[in-house]
Design a protein around this ligand. Structure first.
Ligand code: ADP
Ligand code: ZN
Length: 762
């Protein structure tokens, strides 16, 4: 990597041999948990701070590493010199070094890999910053003074107009100079003149108009708490006064006013000069929450994954240098370089998007607790359906629990009715996507000018293509997965490797049979509903229709304004939406999750139905939910229909306890993948046998499940095997993994991926 011009003055020329030895501990972005020692040449000794990147010789190459510490103890080997320093300030501070060190040992990756993963790529590239000038009026001016000033400026029309604009359109965080010039026709020299006269203040910020609250100049006031919220807030304030604050699990049903509690807690901490990291499951799906945060606070940074390079970098620096009070973002924002963190919020803490699915496979929920411990901050987990892990911690008294059991405005939770689809098939002779009941209520609701949300967690038109003659099922040529037919694009698509192909005219196996399209996805529902309800407009939201940036917000706004009567979508529409005019929610199939080979499938089903049901009954008109299922008596579905979280949790914990599944035990999964089926199996079996030996020695305190072919046996031409380690505590798992560290290294083209506390079981 090239050294950046501005830092080249720090380059080593030659190390002076006479001065005392001082060494840097350096780690690299490689899957190896080892620290290397390098000499720090005299001229770099004053400059090098842990957290900076260095250029060093490694073997016969020159590579970039992270300095993680300084020491005067040599490692005993002949150490080489650092050749240069790449940064003018540390990219990772002390807390981040501690966190990444923990990450590497807990999630079994290299320390350097962990640091590499938590620093945004744009920051590693050291781009130029992009800054904007913001204008505010001086706050010491009284109304009378303002009038006098305007009077005095009567002859300087441009200055007067500019001041008049600022005085009347008072904004909290100022207006960008560019917008001001546009609005008043003034120039930069006018603005500079007013600054010299101390009438206005200029500030440089990275936040351009794009990041400002859309329609609001004035900050919105806090709402007056309901009784239930007030009691909750008292507990929060008590916690804040304690020396160690720990975790609060805020278990509040949908629409119970959790967000308002977050906002006022953030404000409370800001009074003490302490800042907040606010994590959401996914930025693009939580625009309503984000809008509310921006309306309430001035210096909010929203970390989108699509932020433009220079802007993203400026924002990162704004956070690092203390110009930001609230950071909002998805899981990786838990690593935001914010200082004085007093509060970390995870909204919808049960969501599995908090788990990263490539190395380091961390869970932001656990990192939040760790970071809060290091920084003496408070953690708030909010949800209507706590993960069983969090629920169990609260049960044991490790988390404080606050329950909000009422909806704001005395609104009732919607009535949920389950439709037995087997019965429906019998009654209607053949399968119909929309049951009679759902159709009946849709007609009613739509004729009253109210809106409907339909939910199906499967995109595309048909999830199976098979031959009518020989029964052959079309699968991806590279994965062991049936292809999905997407009608509008007229393609078959593999939802794992994303390969597309033109649908065959006849069966590729027997060459004569016609192809049958079986099952249904959102695209097919859109077709069907379009025919049945042709006088109404349908908005379909899934990852096929919502590809471009900003399309979510645009679509939801259109729905809110009544341009569409029916909103149809995947889990994209399950969360957070708050539309009082939606009086009916239809769950087209509650079974899509239920049959997955995963011990969490019941929990996921319960969560999804509860979340989707929460999208209705949010206004005075009330709401109703119809859930269609072939397993109408499954406890996940019946408890969700009864809005009975406690009942569900009790049942689910009873099922998991004897099996030692989380939250009672800990899991790790090893996935083996390779192009050769035989080598992949061999490696899985060899490691499996070694682990079983260890398990035996532990008196079966450690359990090994498998190895076996993974449920999806092949992805992208790589065969997949897996095994599970299960134990009472993670230490036993880590000890066992320690024993096989060397065996886990890639051999014969087979990789082994270790996933601690896994969420993906396919
Ligand atoms: P949750 O986050 O628990 O789903 P919200 O915070 O979205 O609930 O609250 C639901 C609705 O009630 C929102 O429209 C919100 O503005 C409103 N709300 C919340 N607290 C109050 C309050 N104390 N007074 C009036 N309205 C409130
Ligand atoms: Zn594929």
């Amino acid at each position: 990597m090239d050294t950046i011009g501005q830092t080249s003055k720090f380059h080593a020329t030659s190390a002076s041999q006479s001065s005392p030895q001082l060494f840097a501990e350096v780690v690299f972005n490689i899957p190896l948990n080892k620290i290397f020692h390098y000499n720090i040449p005299a001229n770099l000794r004053e400059v090098l701070i842990p957290g900076m990147r260095v250029k060093v010789p490694f073997g016969n190459k020159v590579v970039t590493g992270f300095c993680v510490g300084l020491t005067d103890k040599s490692s005993g080997y002949k150490t080489k010199d650092i050749m240069g320093i790449l940064d003018v300030f540390p990219l990772a501070d002390e807390t981040m070094l501690r966190i990444t060190r923990w990450l590497s040992s807990y999630y079994c990756c290299g320390w350097g890999e962990a640091i590499h993963a938590v620093i945004p790529p744009v920051v590693r590239r050291n781009p130029k910053e992009k800054r904007y000038i913001f204008v505010k009026c001086s706050d010491h001016l009284s109304e009378m003074e303002k009038e006098a000033i305007l009077q005095a400026k009567k002859n300087a029309t441009k200055q007067m107009k500019t001041l008049e604009f600022l005085f009347t359109k008072e904004t909290n965080s100022g207006i960008s100079a560019k917008d001001l010039m546009k609005a008043t026709g003034c120039t930069m020299s006018v603005i500079r003149r007013l600054e010299q006269e101390n009438l206005i203040l200029l500030e440089e910020k990275s936040m351009d108009a794009l990041n400002m609250p859309e329609e609001c100049n004035k900050l919105r006031q806090h709402l007056t708490f309901t009784g239930e919220q007030q009691s909750a807030f008292e507990i929060i304030k008590q916690k804040l006064a304690e020396p160690v604050q720990g975790v609060i699990l805020l278990h509040g049903i949908t629409g119970s006013g959790k967000t308002e509690l977050y906002l006022q807690t953030i404000a409370k901490l800001l009074e003490q000069g302490r800042k907040t990291i606010f994590l959401v499951p996914e930025i693009s799906l939580t625009s309503q929450t984000i809008r509310r945060i921006k309306e309430r606070f001035n210096n909010v940074a929203v970390l989108h994954s699509h932020l433009q390079g220079a802007f993203h970098y400026s924002q990162w620096k704004d956070i690092k240098e203390g110009r930001v009070d609230v950071v909002v973002g998805a899981r990786s924002s838990i690593f935001a370089p914010l200082k004085d963190v007093g509060l970390i919020i995870l909204d919808e803490e049960h969501e599995n998007t908090y788990k990263q699915e490539n190395s380091p496979r961390y869970n932001a929920r656990d990192i939040a607790i760790l970071r809060a411990k290091y920084e003496n901050a408070m953690v708030m987990f909010g949800t209507a359906t706590p993960s069983l892990e969090s629920y169990y911690e609260a049960m044991k008294g490790n988390y404080a629990k606050i329950v909000l059991s009422k909806r704001i405005g005395a609104l009732q939770l919607p009535r949920v009715e389950i439709v037995d689809m087997l019965e429906e098939v019998r009654k209607k002779r053949g399968y119909h996507i929309v049951s009679q009941k759902l159709e009946y209520y849709m007609k009613q609701v739509l004729s009253r000018n109210e809106q409907v949300i339909l939910f199906l967690n499967r995109r595309g038109f048909a999830p199976y293509l098979h031959c009518k003659r020989c029964g052959f099922v079309l699968k991806c040529s590279h994965c062991d997965i049936p292809l999905t037919f997407h009608k509008k694009l007229n393609i078959t698509l593999c939802h794992y490797c994303h390969r597309e192909a033109i649908p065959p005219e006849s069966c590729p196996d027997c060459l004569t049979g016609n192809i049958n399209y079986r099952g249904f996805g959102t695209e097919k529902i859109e077709d069907e509903i379009g025919k049945k309800f042709s006088e109404y407009k349908i908005l379909r939201m899934d990852s096929d229709t919502m590809r471009s940036h900003g399309s979510h917000e645009k679509a939801l706004k259109a729905f809110e304004q009544g341009e569409f009567q029916i909103l149809l979508g995947t889990q994209m529409i399950a969360k957070g939406l708050d539309f009082p005019n939606v009086t009916l929610v239809g769950v087209i199939s509650a079974d899509t999750m239920l049959n997955l080979p995963d011990f969490r499938s019941g929990e996921r089903t319960f969560q999804l139905i509860s979340q989707v049901a929460g999208r209705t009954g949010r206004g005075q008109k009330g709401g109703r939910v119809i859930v269609q299922s072939f397993n109408p008596r499954h406890y996940s579905i019946t408890y969700a229909a009864a809005h009975d979280y406690e009942g569900f949790a009790k049942k689910e914990l009873e099922y998991r306890k004897p099996l030692n599944y989380p939250p009672f035990g800990k899991l790790a999964r090893i996935i083996f993948r390779g192009v050769s089926e035989k080598n992949t199996e061999e490696k899985a079996v060899v490691i499996g046998n070694t682990l079983k030996e260890i398990a035996k020695e532990s008196n079966w305190q450690l359990e090994i499940l498998g190895p076996s072919p993974a449920p999806v046996t092949r992805i992208n031409n790589q065969f997949r095997w897996h095994l599970l380690l299960k134990a009472k505590d993670h230490q036993r798992i880590h000890d066992a993994l320690q024993h096989v560290t060397d065996m886990l290294k890639p051999t014969k083209g087979v990789q082994s991926l270790v996933d601690i506390d896994p969420y993906m079981m396919l």
